[in-house]
Design a protein around this ligand. Structure first.
Ligand code: COA
Length: 163
């Protein structure tokens, strides 16, 4: 079954974000200050036409500390436990990259949880700087990946002159 991603309102992804990233906390703990920004967008992932949200991520413009390039940061990256390892996280990052690039980003970055480090490295992210601890959540690393400009289609190969 194909994974479908879509830009959706925050209300669509909040339950999954809450369940996966803030379990045992009040629902309000899953709200981010950035949710209120007009330039923030949220992506949801679904299995085909099924309306159940199986993955989510939230992005907004934010420079990578120490870098001048236009960047988007993402937060709230999660996939439902039942579908882990089936490509939902990768599909969300691919969609996030395309959407952020279309909005002018040249860099994509996040404060990634230590336990998700392998996932981000597999997706081409690079660790930036030292490990740090976010109170109540645990150890994190900054992870960043360059968002290339759209690759132009190669010119059509002309047929060799038949002689
Ligand atoms: C991290 C998370 C989003 C990954 O989502 P996912 O849907 O399982 O990711 P995918 O199935 O697309 O995985 C892509 C690849 O990364 C690997 N991978 C996934 N999670 C990994 C991890 N924690 N460590 C190492 N590799 C991992 C997968 O095995 C897969 O490998 P493959 O390319 O060889 O098939 C998901 O595990 C999750 O929601 N975790 C809990 C919340 C969390 O930590 N979020 C990140 C906060 S920074």
């Amino acid at each position: 079954m194909t994974i479908r991603t879509a830009v959706v309102p925050q209300a669509e992804i909040l339950d999954l974000r809450w369940r996966v990233l803030r379990p045992g906390h009040p629902r309000a703990a899953a709200e981010f200050a950035e949710d209120a920004r007009r330039d923030t967008f949220h992506l949801a992932a679904y299995e085909g036409d099924d309306p159940a949200v199986l993955g989510c991520v939230t992005l907004f413009p934010d420079p990578l500390p120490g870098e001048d390039e236009t960047a988007h940061r993402f937060r709230g990256m999660a996939s439902a436990p039942a579908v882990r390892g089936r490509g939902y996280g990768a599909a969300l990052l691919a969609a996030a990259t395309g959407e952020a690039a279309a909005r002018g980003a040249r860099v994509l970055w996040c404060n990634g949880r230590a336990e998700a480090l392998g996932f981000y490295l597999r997706q081409g992210f690079t660790v930036v700087g030292e490990e740090f601890v976010i109170e109540g959540v645990g150890p994190h690393r900054v992870l960043a990946r360059r968002v290339g400009p759209p690759v132009p289609a190669p010119p059509p190969v002309s047929a060799a002159p038949g002689r």
